[in-house]
Design a protein around this ligand. Structure first.
Ligand SMILES: [Zn+2]
Ligand SMILES: [Zn+2]
Length: 358
């Protein structure tokens, strides 16, 4: 395998060397192509970026004889050689030539990712202003889009500079414990859950600035009949625009602040808010619940209380009491599992809970 790998490297070096000759002699003219890049794309089926990189490398390797030699012997790969050429583009020929013995030695020992760190350090030593300028321009390219499709699905798309990316990663990792053996979620699903958890804990903490005189919060509008899953009840809505299924509304309502609105049939104006109630689970009950459960009560789960909702075993919409005997803490994932996915929680004699699959 290692021999084969060296041979592949040697062939790549030869390919790059001949690209240089094609480029220099304008051999591509004979076929009617417009440039060496265009020829490589058409005849060798390279992407535009790969073709441009080959041509650029071919030219740059003229300035870097030691890199070209190591590449030619198969001691370093195409990625290594490309990285050293790019470093030379950024730093200049003179400083790169001076450091070339060290850089090539590093390239022979390290994988391209580790080599990138070495070349970045080298660049920082020789051209600190250039590094600062580049960091600034990368920061300017940041953006973040959040767009909704007709199906209601949200797409996230964005780019962050290195520092901002590290901030994001550090915060997400804090909410991303190592996967448990029986965790069926993909890495992407776990990251999505972590991002959501970050936002929910932020909303729950009440530390965000007020908007329109209120702390930001999700607003669920639902008829009692919808929460009782009666036929014919109007569809529950989130933030007055997004329809949600009845069971999802029941889960959200399980641990929510309530206000009661009437439609104004009995004399009051349409849409009048007649009474405001506090959270379903009051502060005192919640504290007792945190104390008693200490985190998610789903068997085998170790999520701390910050990650949980208070779940009514018999939903309050069905007449269940909001008192300790009818409440358990469940993390968001298990709360969803109990509502939307139909798992049931049953008490054993010892008072511990048993999860019964649907
Ligand atoms: Zn619930
Ligand atoms: Zn849990």
């Amino acid at each position: 395998m290692t021999e084969l790998n060296r041979a592949i490297n040697r062939l790549q070096a030869e390919f790059t060397r001949r690209t240089r000759i094609l480029d220099q002699n304008q051999g591509w003219l004979a076929t009617g192509a417009l440039s060496a890049q265009a020829w490589l794309r058409r005849e060798c089926h390279l992407t535009a970026a790969a073709a441009a990189d080959r041509v650029r490398m071919g030219r740059r390797l003229d300035d870097l004889p030691q890199t070209a030699a190591a590449f030619g012997e198969g001691a370093i790969s195409l990625q290594h050689a490309s990285l050293l050429c790019r470093t030379c583009d950024l730093v200049g020929v003179e400083p790169t030539r001076e450091a070339e013995p060290i850089l090539v030695e590093a390239a022979c020992e390290l994988d391209p990712r580790q080599l990138r760190i070495v070349t970045e350090r080298f660049r920082y030593c020789t051209d600190p202003d250039g590094v600062a300028r580049e960091a600034d321009s990368l920061f300017d390219r940041r953006y973040f889009d959040l767009s909704q499709t007709w199906d209601g699905i949200y797409f996230l798309n964005g780019m962050f500079d290195a520092e901002s990316g590290e901030v994001l990663k550090t915060a997400l990792n804090a909410l991303l414990p190592p996967p448990a053996g029986d965790d069926p979620r993909s890495a992407g699903q776990r990251r999505a859950d972590a991002l959501l958890e970050l936002c929910r804990q932020c909303l729950d903490s009440g530390s965000l600035p007020q908007r329109g005189g209120q702390k930001p919060h999700l607003h669920l509008l639902a008829e009692l009949g919808a929460l009782q899953k009666l036929m014919g009840a109007a569809a529950p809505e989130l933030n007055r625009q997004q329809m949600v299924p009845a069971e999802t509304a029941r889960r959200i309502a399980c641990d929510a602040g309530l206000s009661t609105e009437t439609s104004g049939q009995n004399g009051a104006g349409a849409g009048d808010v007649l009474s405001l109630m506090s959270r379903v689970v009051s502060g005192a009950t919640r504290r007792a619940l945190w104390q008693r459960d200490g985190g998610c009560r789903f068997p085998g789960c170790d999520r701390p209380p910050d990650w949980t909702d208070a779940h009514h075993i018999v939903h309050w919409a069905d007449g269940g009491e909001t008192e300790l005997g009818n409440l358990v803490l469940l993390c968001r994932r298990h709360h969803r599992q109990v509502h939307e996915q139909g798992w049931r929680l049953a008490s054993d004699e010892g008072g511990s809970l048993r999860a019964v699959p649907p």
